[in-house]
Ligand binder design. Sequence first.
Ligand SMILES: Cc1cc2nc3c(=O)[nH]c(=O)nc-3n(C[C@H](O)[C@H](O)[C@H](O)COP(=O)(O)O)c2cc1C
Length: 180
Amino acid sequence: MAADHILVTYATVYGSTREVAEAVAETLREGDLEVDLHDVRAVRDLGAYGGVVLGAPLYIGHLHKAARTFLSEHQAALAEVPVALFALGPTGAGDAEEEWQAVREALNADLAQYPWLKPIAVELFGGKYDPSRLNLPHRLLALLPASPLHNAPASDLRDWDAIRAYACSLAPVLQAGARA
Ligand SMILES: Cc1cc2nc3c(=O)[nH]c(=O)nc-3n(C[C@H](O)[C@H](O)[C@H](O)COP(=O)(O)O)c2cc1C
């Protein structure tokens, strides 16, 4: 099969990363790329794709496990095509600069586990946090006084202009990969 499509794939718990992935896919389509959008858990075979964009939120200092599993399971295919990454994390808890710096370091530490991965771009976006929607384990975690989520208010730090600008910047490189 011709590798003429781009895959935008995402891990998510509460849907905010899926919404960012949807915006990335839409922007790439506006740039005339053929784009498939799938939850990372639904992706079996990368053979049809000439480029991949992977988005994942950080949870407890790490990229969502489904994204890490995806990177490990598809190493051979991902090493052959342009791969762009984005992560969601900071939600405005505590000092903004310190929070972003710490999250960047956590992201870099996770990505260092995949030395074969040479992404064409890695971007960190603010996340969305809604304490009223937490599942039980996350609610219990947020109850711990030592947790950064303790008493944290709802927030949505996703910068849609930055997200679309990121997607626009990827289009030429992904297009070249899809035509190769
Ligand atoms: C229990 C919990 C733990 C989190 N841990 C981190 C973290 O370690 N670092 C970070 O930057 N963001 C953290 N976040 C924020 C999420 O990454 C952010 O809310 C993201 O937008 C969630 O994505 P999703 O809606 O796609 O699941 C955490 C959020 C929750 C609810």
